[in-house]
Design a protein around this ligand. Sequence first.
Ligand code: FES
Length: 260
Amino acid sequence: MTSGVGAPTRASISARTLRTDRWWLPPLLTNLGLFAFVAYATVRSFMGKWYWVEDYGYLTPFYSPCLSESCLPGSSHFGTPLPELPGWIPLGFVALPFLLGFRLTCYYYRKAYYRSVWQSPPACAVAEPHASYSGETRLPLIVQNAHRYFFYVALLVSVVNTYDAVVALTHGLGVGNLILLTNVVLLWAYTLSCHSCRHIAGGRLKHFSKHPVRYRAWTLVSKLNVHHMRLAWTTLGTLVLTDLYVMLVASGAISDLRIF
Ligand code: FES
């Protein structure tokens, strides 16, 4: 090994690590959390049912926007420009690749899965198993540089999800509405706390004093940005919770608690 911990300039230690604490626990928990979300989202995306509650206008974010003629009547808030789809194509396929791309290339998630899945390195002072390191200069990791473009699409999807939540309010108010609204607020917080958003707001400026509006925007985004990791995990949880609630109400397993 000629790079990393095996480089000739590094101390020659044969043990992978001398750490005796439970350094493997955070990567393990990250793996479990990410795997649970991916498994749930995959199953739900391919299920093709229980995504729309007609009586209350609840649409799960996993199927939004629903643009195909296969979508249940009323669930297509933006029309059905696409024909019927075979069952193996998820009904929310228009937004899903971009949302996945946005999350996968997110600076925080990179840190999380580079350590847990890639093990590069799994923890401080623990040698990584790879012999060489090419960073994000080659395929597939060079795609990470597209994060800022995924950000623009994620903004659009947040607008779509907000529209869905507002449309549901025209049917009255129930616990489902509160869940949809909470999910949307947190999605906005996660999206706006993005590092790319922070750069768009205040990057490439020499003098903040000459750009007070951008300075104000950058200050606000920076305050959110501090919580980006927490928001990344919280929104995974709220996405699952929102979808689960819509699924349970749509399938008749539970009734929505109506407030008025
Ligand atoms: S850095 Fe996490 S969403 Fe952009």
